[in-house]
Design a protein around this ligand. Structure first.
Ligand SMILES: Cc1cc2nc3c(=O)[nH]c(=O)nc-3n(C[C@H](O)[C@H](O)[C@H](O)COP(=O)(O)OP(=O)(O)OC[C@H]3O[C@@H](n4cnc5c(N)ncnc54)[C@H](O)[C@@H]3O)c2cc1C
Length: 406
């Protein structure tokens, strides 16, 4: 049996490990555009000079030898022929597979604003090569503009502020971290970033650029006419699943690769996992999907069940936040809030079940909330305050998720 995995990120590496454990004698080939295996979640540490390339890796140095995996790094798959079960690389080299996993992740989306797409000082932040390009320019730059205040944008802004740069963040929404946090939790970070010199322009969009003769953007003009002078622009305005290699094949993909509950694509023997499958865009889910796909590739049926799990953690300036679930209240939901000088907590209860929770401040006992959300435990008989839950409250939960008192 020959397994080929395209992509050496969270999903691809987890799939490879799982296949090796299940099929010690199978041939496993991994192909990746990435030259080095690296954690995208740590790229801001590279920007801030806290880590070098090697310290971004999340596998042991001898991983590929130890696991007996043949890794083709610096190689990009350009097409897949599912009838012949072959794939083609950039240099026209062909590889045949029995089972194929596509774990190609995503690429930064650079919106067509002015000359963002042509300029030589505008970058997304997705791959190590982006971070390398940004760092080279950032070392010489003083004024840095970050477009987008999601987790990636704030990670980048934080790294630049740590190096004494003049940082401006432009955000379309009227608050920062709009997809991860509510206004109160976001404001706690905003105050800290501002205290460290960051300027936020909220409810504003970049609409034009001023480019110089050497192809660098010197200024960005916002929709209200504000001009922001800059030496470097980092665009953190979302990602697009990396589906280029399936174009022209029989594998169905519009915005992302379509998969069934076993993570199989529209073609037999071909699976997809991680950000490219469009189910979620976070590391732990990509790993879980890689593992699930691996089981199915090895002929052991396993459904992917964490479809709607959402988890974000962040820590800037000593403030830690964990948010579980989508965090968006609907009509009929109960929203509980507790706020004091040390912490902020917000829970959304839907149909007597915990839909989402946000914890800012101490997050030591958060495991119980993951359990309650994942298992959709019915809380109607709960006597404890929802913000004081512990596993002792769920002694004797039965199979239907109803809990029994000790
Ligand atoms: C700056 C940043 C910060 C983040 N922070 C967090 C965080 O704090 N918490 C969290 O949970 N998530 C975070 N994420 C998201 C997380 O990194 C992703 O969800 C995760 O990396 C997805 O894993 P993946 O395996 O699907 O894709 P990736 O990790 O992107 O790996 C894709 C792999 O596919 C390869 N590839 C792509 N196309 C081809 C091709 N045609 N041929 C060959 N190889 C190809 C790439 O080279 C790469 O090896 C962050 C992401 C970024 C960019």
């Amino acid at each position: 049996m020959r397994h080929i995995i395209i992509g050496a990120g969270a999903a691809g590496i987890q799939a490879a490990k799982t296949i090796r454990a299940l099929q010690p004698d199978a041939a496993i080939i991994m192909v990746s555009t990435d030259e080095h295996v690296h954690s995208r979640c740590m790229l801001h540490k590279y920007l801030s000079h806290e880590r070098d390339e090697a310290a971004l890796s999340f596998i042991p140095e001898d991983f590929f030898e130890d696991q007996n995996i043949y890794w083709m790094n610096n190689s990009t798959v350009t097409s897949i022929d599912t009838d012949e079960r072959t794939l083609t690389l950039t240099d026209n080299f062909q590889l045949a597979y029995d089972k194929l996993l596509i774990a190609t992740g995503a690429n930064s989306f650079i919106p067509p604003v002015g000359q963002f797409r042509e300029a030589n000082n505008v970058f997304g932040l997705r791959h190590l090569c982006d971070a390398q390009n940004i760092r080279t320019l950032a070392d010489k730059a003083q004024k840095i503009l970050v477009v987008g205040s999601g987790l990636v944008g704030m990670d980048a802004a934080y790294a630049f502020l740590e190096q004494g740069k003049e940082v401006t963040v432009v955000e379309m929404a009227d608050r920062i971290l709009p997809l991860q946090l509510d206004e109160t939790a976001g404001n706690a970070y905003r105050e800290q970033f501002e205290a460290h010199g960051c300027t936020f322009l909220l409810g504003r969009k970049a609409s034009e650029t001023v480019i110089n003769a050497s192809g660098s953007i010197e200024a960005v003009i916002l929709d209200d006419g504000t001009r922001i002078d800059c030496d470097l622009v980092v665009v953190a305005a979302g990602v697009r699943p990396a589906i280029e290699c399936v174009q022209g094949s029989k594998i169905k993909a519009e915005r992302f690769i379509e998969v069934d509950k076993y993570l199989m694509t529209s073609c037999n023997h071909v699976y997809a996992a991680g950000d490219v499958a469009g189910i979620s865009g976070i590391w732990p889910n990509a790993m879980k999907q890689g593992e699930t796909a691996a089981y199915n590739m090895c002929g052991i049926p396993m459904e992917y069940t964490d479809r709607y799990a959402m988890k974000n953690t962040m820590n800037f300036y000593g403030i830690t936040t964990l948010s579980l679930g989508r965090g968006v209240a609907q009509e009929g939901d109960t929203v509980l809030v507790r706020h004091d000088s040390k912490s902020y907590q917000r829970a959304i209860i839907r149909d007597n079940k915990l839909d989402s929770i946000l914890l800012q401040g101490p997050i030591d006992y958060s495991g119980v909330y993951q359990y309650v959300i994942k298992n959709q435990i019915n809380l109607s008989q709960l006597t404890t305050d929802v913000f004081q839950l512990s596993f002792a409250d769920f002694y004797g939960v039965d199979k239907r998720g109803q809990y029994m008192y000790p």
